[in-house]
Design a binder for this molecule. Structure first.
Ligand code: URA
Length: 421
């Protein structure tokens, strides 16, 4: 194989064979192909794209650079769920336990947050003692026992993706639909669940800024999943506004617990029921309508909360948080942003809200930064809501930051509103 030929072919939009793609991926992973040649090929992909067949070959080649999990010890249908990420997205913490309560098994590996988006692993680590790095055999035994477990991604899964993603990040080659698809799907295929539900977000807080691009990515991921023999479905959902009211790790766990304990029945609850129903339908539990009913019952009966409680305990975490959310990390400082006049909210920029949360200490600018688990924002506003003069628009929380001047300015700039009398 000549790497230069491969780069030139993609540069000239000539289709690569699966063998050529396989050789490129394994050569880059084992270090025989240098970064500069891989970066050049990635840029050619960014500009010219790949065919669906090439994307499938790339995904399978990336999957095969590492371990593919053996889930045969789990009798129930296994299902994995992936969100392309966003601001305030705590749906995995809600729908995993719901699906498990309905008789499917959700063993999941998740990531940490970077930049303005949060990560499920950080959220779970806000629960005192929760071990996100259980060895794979213990992870599988928790999943088998409760139907739900989440750990952080192991080094053994898709080493190609780790290396390629780092290179893409530093060479301006992240925003390519076939590269995003192969990066996500190679990890999902290595996880090896029977079914995969993908939640592709679009809008200001998401990777895909437009609905059209999100649909393209969703379709491509479904195609790749099915080509690999999986039952796979991709939902396209809105991330132009933050998901739910709470942003920040412990605050998001609290909101997830509020939903699972039936205290919160708003937009986020409805989205979670919808996504859980998609999972259950994919796993063969009935029609979409029947699955919605099953999902709602899993919450109202308290079964889903019981499962999360048991899972947290088996991970070594303080499961009392499920019944008493005041045991989650609490911020030392808070600041209420109040309306200076009567207003109606017309838009909320998720990305800016995510950046404000980052300023408060809830996220990382670079991957080794330490997170303030208590930090974040509680929104008292949604698009269309009227807020009277002096009422709270949102509250900022932090333990590492006591001066809210800059953060409150940034948070306010994320809100668009009209005055009303
Ligand atoms: N998430 C991933 O895992 N990979 C991408 O390329 C983008 C988002």
């Amino acid at each position: 194989m000549n790497v230069l030929d491969i780069i030139n072919k993609t540069k000239r939009k000539i289709k690569l064979s699966a063998e050529e793609i396989g050789a490129l991926v394994s050569g880059f992973t084992d270090g025989s192909i240098p970064d500069y040649q891989m970066a050049s090929w990635l840029m050619a992909v960014c500009i010219n794209g790949l065919t669906d067949d090439e994307t499938i070959a790339l995904t399978l080649a990336m999957r095969d650079t590492g371990e593919v999990l053996d889930l045969s010890c789990i009798e129930n249908t296994t299902i994995d769920k992936h969100s392309t990420g966003g601001v305030g997205d705590k749906t995995s913490l809600v729908i995993g336990p719901i699906a498990a309560a309905c008789g499917v098994c959700v063993p999941k590996m998740s990531g940490r947050g970077l930049g303005h988006t949060g990560g499920t692993i950080d959220k779970l680590e806000s629960i005192s003692g929760y071990d996100t790095e259980l060895p794979v055999d213990r992870f599988l035994s928790v999943a088998k026992e409760t139907g739900f477990s989440i750990i952080s991604q192991t080094e053994e899964l898709c080493p190609a993706d780790k290396k390629m993603y780092a290179l893409r990040n530093s060479t301006g080659t992240v925003d390519s639909i076939p590269l995003i698809c192969s990066s996500i799907m190679s990890k999902k295929l290595a996880m090896n669940a029977d079914c995969i539900l993908l939640d592709v977000k679009y809008g200001s807080g998401a990777f895909m800024k437009t609905y059209e691009d999100a649909c393209k990515l969703a379709l491509l991921m479904e195609r790749v999943g099915k080509a690999a023999g999986k039952r796979c479905r991709a939902a396209v959902t809105d991330m132009s506004v933050p998901l739910g009211n709470n942003i920040g790790n412990a605050l998001e766990v609290k909101e997830a617990l509020d939903i699972l304990s039936g205290r919160s029945k708003g937009t986020l609850y409805r989205l979670c029921i919808e996504l859980a129903a998609e999972m259950l339908e994919l796993a063969g539990k009935g029609t979409n309508e029947e699955c919605r009913t099953l999902a709602a019952e899993a919450v109202s009966s308290g079964k889903a909360l019981d499962i999360l409680e048991k899972t947290i305990a088996l991970h070594g975490g303080d499961s009392r948080v499920c019944r008493d959310t005041s045991l989650l990390p609490q911020a030392r400082f808070s600041y209420e942003i109040k309306a200076a006049e009567d207003m109606k909210i017309t838009a909320i920029n998720s990305e800016e809200i995510g950046m404000t949360s980052l300023m408060l200490g809830a996220g990382r600018v670079s991957k080794d930064d330490v997170i303030d688990m208590s930090a974040g924002i509680v929104m008292n506003c949604e698009v269309g809501k009227r807020i009277g003069e002096g009422e709270t628009i949102m509250t900022l929380y932090s333990t590492v930051c006591s001066d809210f001047t800059e953060a409150s300015q940034r948070a306010l700039s994320a809100i668009e509103f009209v005055k009303f009398r």
